[in-house]
Design a protein around this ligand. Structure first.
Ligand code: 13P
Length: 243
């Protein structure tokens, strides 16, 4: 993937507020006018506002989760169509916080991915090993990938995000050698089993200080950023570090 086209994806998680949206978008309008492939995944109640505010920019809006059912008695959930009609084009599925805090299984994640692709959303599918699983990362990631992508025949709207759980919010970023090694393993596993190439993003303590070297890696097709995506200044600095 061309350096300048690598994905820069913000995951606000449960942070920022409605009042931050115009400030954030105004900064992007001023300083990131020509930057492509920028996505901001906001809390679901903010999707519509963020999408409307950023309408005349190249920035796309994403959700951080959604359910796989179309509609019905699922109190507290939102459907892929709701996410889409609110103005999102991307959705993160299978984030480690969803897996660990909310008990999401590979099977549930698979159903969510499938439902989101059906309505035309682009899916950022997260995988990653915990610290305890680090020595057996290959089997952990292979299981997450194959079970998460079961029976999904068209992967053209799927982007994988590799987020080692031990690197999320800890300031402990994986070494570039480790990132390269694991990204190649993910790409090879998907290619061998599904016959296609998928883009792979890296996530876990990405900051303006380390993004240049991470984004320079051939096997890295972009980054998924938590903490450093909350302020537009840092987000733009990371986008600019694509060179
Ligand atoms: P941090 O960048 O805060 O480590 O979070 C990474 C992440 O979980 C993005 O989805």
């Amino acid at each position: 993937m061309k350096q300048k086209e690598k994905y820069i994806v913000a995951n606000w998680k449960m942070n920022n507020d409605f009042s931050d949206i115009p400030v954030f978008v105004k900064y992007l309008k001023k300083y990131a006018k020509n930057q492509d492939n920028l996505v901001v995944c906001v809390p679901s109640v903010m999707i519509k506002t963020f999408a409307e505010e950023s309408k005349k920019t190249l920035v796309e809006t994403g959700a951080q989760n959604c359910y796989f059912k179309d509609k019905g008695a699922f109190t507290g959930e939102i459907s892929p169509n709701m996410v889409k009609s609110a103005g999102a084009t991307y959705v993160i599925i299978g984030h480690s916080e969803r897996r660990q805090i909310f008990g999401e299984t590979n099977e549930l994640i698979n159903r969510k991915i499938s439902a989101c692709l059906t309505v035309g959303l682009k899916v950022i599918f997260c995988v990653g090993e915990t610290l305890e699983e680090k020595s057996k990362y290959k089997s952990v990631l292979k299981k997450q990938l194959l079970e998460g992508l079961t029976a999904i025949n068209d992967l053209s709207n799927v982007i994988v995000a590799y987020e080692p759980v031990w690197a999320i919010g800890t300031g402990k970023v994986a070494t570039t050698a480790d990132i390269e090694k694991v990204h190649l393993y993910i790409k090879d596993t998907v290619k061998e089993n599904m016959g296609v190439d998928v883009p792979v993003l890296y996530g876990g303590s990405v900051k303006p200080l380390n993004s240049t070297e991470i984004l320079a890696l051939d096997s890295v097709d972009g980054v998924l950023i938590g903490g450093a995506s909350l302020k537009a200044e840092d987000f733009v600095k990371i986008a600019e570090s694509r060179g």
